[in-house]
Design a binder for this molecule. Sequence first.
Ligand code: GLN
Length: 200
Amino acid sequence: IPTIGVLALQGDVVEHVRALERSGARAVGVRRPAELASVDALVLPGGESTTIDKLLRIFELHGPLQERIAQGFPVYGSCAGMILLADRVLDGTADQRTLGGLDVTVRRNAFGRQVDSFETTLPFAGIDGPDVEATFIRAPWIEEAGEGVEVLARIPADGGGDAAGRIVAVRQGALLATSFHPEITGDARVHELFVEIVKE
Ligand code: GLN
């Protein structure tokens, strides 16, 4: 069984730990470089990407994590975690930096005030059965994805205004990212997919 860390600096850590355990992995919180070194993969939870970025530097995890990502370390980023994995950010703060690794441009808080937070179900490439339950909370979307990036889910074409057709889940090698939070639904299939990626 793989041991998957959940970055435990800010955000909804416990929900990811539970979802990973339901998906057949061992899950532990990660706050220190030694803990990062001891896990097979990592989840970057939702929260506030600017805050998590600052905490990653304070806790001296930023450099080691970037290095591991460059070596093919599997990471799943949800919402703020997706922003942290993105090579390029739109509507970030002036000093916002990311870990990078994922060849995408994300737009922070992309869905705007009116649909700030919402729940829906989405078809998801590689996940069979009913559509995946997806909860969006001040979520980003992916505005541009490079050639090596596999698009796994989009807002449906009739999804309304500017959001229609936007990319909300991707995979590039061992990196997986979703705009939404699957960990707060009962649907563990995105975590199961990540556990499969880790086992590869
Ligand atoms: N809006 C947050 C950010 O920009 C992300 C929100 C979330 O993770 N639920 O970091």
